[in-house]
Design a protein around this ligand. Structure first.
Ligand SMILES: [Zn+2]
Ligand SMILES: [Zn+2]
Length: 108
């Protein structure tokens, strides 16, 4: 069973090249979710290349805002860590450890 202190991984070196690449990989994967397609299309509107103004959810609204009815802890089995984000692909609510250390990545 995980607890809050398990978020601190003594072998983790967030500033190492591999872990920076790992974080960017997760970030890029989150932004590739269909929920962010209108947000990316907005770039064409804001730069004046199209008149079509798409409505979109911001990253904050999509990944870091929760309904009152949603769990305050991670949804993974045997994990009771506090929630960190809502996955933009599967909408699961995850803690930092399950997202980063377990590498919550979605393939097409
Ligand atoms: Zn997911
Ligand atoms: Zn978790």
């Amino acid at each position: 069973m995980m607890n809050y202190s398990s978020n601190l991984n003594p072998t983790d070196e967030r500033t190492t090249r591999n872990n920076i690449i790992r974080l960017h990989s997760l970030l890029h994967n989150q932004f590739s979710a269909p929920i962010f397609v209108p947000m990316i299309k907005y770039c064409w509107f804001s730069s004046g290349l199209t008149d079509e103004k798409p409505l979109f959810k911001s990253v904050r609204a999509a990944c870091f805002q929760f309904e009152i009815s949603e769990s305050v802890t991670c949804c993974k089995e045997m994990c009771e860590n506090p929630r960190f984000l809502k996955c933009s692909h599967c909408r699961d609510i995850l803690c930092f450890a399950c997202f980063v250390y377990e590498f919550h990545y979605h393939f097409n």
